[in-house]
Design a protein around this ligand. Structure first.
Ligand SMILES: Cc1ncc(COP(=O)(O)O)c(C=O)c1O
Length: 404
């Protein structure tokens, strides 16, 4: 059975406004059930956890359930591996800060030249402590990562490799398991930014064998809130960022200074339930995999339609692959148009009640290195599973009008 789009779209009330939303890699729409659960938390258990009265116990139980469900979403081994903070930017900044005291001058970290800045800047900042930063760039011809090039960058001083799971510009999916194997064989850790992948494909942190994995719920049908997965033994080694009397063993709370946001944590449980429903309701990671299988098939159809149109025009340069293979691409599609400023194209499309956008999307190093910054960067149309073929056709018609 293919994805039932009527069922899917009914879960997102904002779609009723008739706008075609193609800025999902910027932020997705929110499930009604997420909003309802946030309200439920606020109206029935909005007290501080850790006390012995009933409402406080309920609040703590809901927080634990949230961590447990998010662990199931990504197949983490235990709820203590789920660190919850406001954003991926904050989670990765916290991670780099909590790791800093273990790094000695001369230790090395590999960052990429193609990640979102959230998974570059915090690591680059460690150069102030004498950490040597090496940069892994894409092959400029193929726009594909070259694992041999990564291997050559690593030495016996490499402590960590920070890399994205999918590019928020190119849409290409990286072979994270193969990268993790390489990184571990060299005795280093791997930190993966999954923000651009998690709305589209099932994440299985154990299958990927990653040490750290981060993504944001506001791009995954939920609220402005984010998860950092860390392998339990790795989290235990990190410095705490909370009060001095929070011991190192207080995982994950030592990495959530000031406490996490309880109502948003409770809200995110509805994302897991939604995916579970789509995947047959078995309440395990297999249901999540099944849901994302349906999502991937539908995304290949809508993504392929836009890529075919863009590929048919001589004046359009697709920035990324033209493949629709769900294993190698998500439907985040960036492009440039000859002789057209990207902002002007987006402005013309806005008038048709279609949401796309332009810029570098904080992957500035990538956009600049590809020479794509002049003319207001790239145009990006980022689809998710609730988008329809009709909406894509509206976008195509609007682009045809705008480009002439
Ligand atoms: C690939 C990628 N990584 C990281 C981020 C940062 O996420 P957050 O806004 O939760 O800090 C974004 C946001 O656009 C992103 O697209």
């Amino acid at each position: 059975m293919p994805l039932d789009l009527d069922v899917v779209r009914a879960r997102f009330p904002a779609l009723a406004d008739g706008v075609a939303y193609f800025d999902n890699a910027g932020g997705s729409l929110v499930l009604a059930s997420v909003a309802e659960r946030v309200a439920e938390y606020l109206l029935t258990s909005s007290v501080q956890t850790g006390a012995t009265y009933a409402a406080s116990e309920l609040a703590a139980a809901r927080l634990l359930e949230a961590r447990t469900k998010i662990a199931r979403l990504i197949n983490a081994a235990r709820p203590e591996e789920i660190v919850l903070n406001a954003s991926t930017t904050i989670n990765l900044r916290f991670l780099a800060t909590a790791m800093a005291s273990r790094l000695a001058p001369g230790d090395e970290i590999v960052v990429t030249a193609f990640d979102h800045e959230s998974n570059i800047g915090p690591w680059r900042g460690l150069a102030e402590r004498g950490v040597v930063i090496r940069t892994w760039a894409l092959d400029p011809e193929t726009l594909e990562p070259d694992l041999d090039a990564l291997d050559r960058l690593m030495t016996d001083r490499t402590r960590l490799v920070a890399v994205t799971h999918a590019s928020n510009i190119l849409g290409g999916i990286l072979p994270v398991r193969a990268i993790a194997d390489l990184v571990h064989a060299r005795g280093a850790e791997i930190c993966v930014d999954g923000v651009a992948l998690a709305p589209h494909r099932a994440v299985d942190v154990r299958k990927l064998d990653v040490d750290y994995y981060a993504f944001s719920f506001y791009k995954t049908y939920g609220p402005h809130f984010a998860v950092l997965y860390g392998r339990h033994e790795k989290l235990l080694e990190l410095d705490g960022l909370y009060h001095y009397f929070y011991g190192k063993e207080k995982v994950p709370a030592k990495l959530e200074p000031g406490n996490t946001n309880y109502e948003l944590a409770w809200g995110t449980t509805a994302i897991v339930d939604y995916l579970d429903d789509l995947g047959g309701g078995t309440g395990d990671h297999a249901a999540i995999e099944k849901a994302f299988g349906l999502i991937a098939d539908h995304e290949a159809v809508i993504g392929g339609r836009l890529l075919d149109f863009l590929g048919s025009r001589n004046d359009v340069r697709i920035v990324g692959s033209r493949s629709v293979d769900p294993a190698s691409r998500v439907p985040t599609v960036s492009f440039k148009v000859d002789g057209h400023d990207s902002a002007a194209v987006v402005g013309a499309v806005d008038a048709d009640r279609i949401g796309i956008r332009y810029g570098d999307f904080a992957s500035r190093r990538l956009v600049e290195s590809l020479g794509l910054a002049p003319g207001n960067g790239v145009i990006r149309a980022s689809m998710v599973h609730y988008n329809t073929v009709d909406e894509v056709d509206r976008l195509i018609a609007a682009l045809e009008r705008a480009l002439g």
